[in-house]
Design a protein around this ligand. Structure first.
Ligand SMILES: [Zn+2]
Ligand SMILES: [Zn+2]
Length: 69
């Protein structure tokens, strides 16, 4: 099994703001896998950044288009 293939920014670095969620008093952001769609908060779940990717799209929401900056 391969690891998550995280979305990269234009410099080729993992995009830590591929998802960005605001909640009252706390914010979550982190990379999103381009294979399975899993988004992992690098504040709350840093250990999951290194986990294995299921290899297919698992998220209920539509696949996001590539971000253009
Ligand atoms: Zn993945
Ligand atoms: Zn978080």
């Amino acid at each position: 099994m391969a690891k998550h293939q995280f979305q990269r920014d234009e410099d080729g670095d993992i995009d830590d703001f591929a998802f960005d969620v605001e909640e009252p008093g706390i914010g979550h952001n982190g990379p999103r896998c381009t294979v399975c769609g899993e988004s992992i908060c690098h504040h709350c779940e840093p250990k999951r950044l290194d986990e294995e990717c299921p290899g297919k799209w698992i998220q209920p929401w539509p696949k996001p288009e590539a971000r253009t900056v």
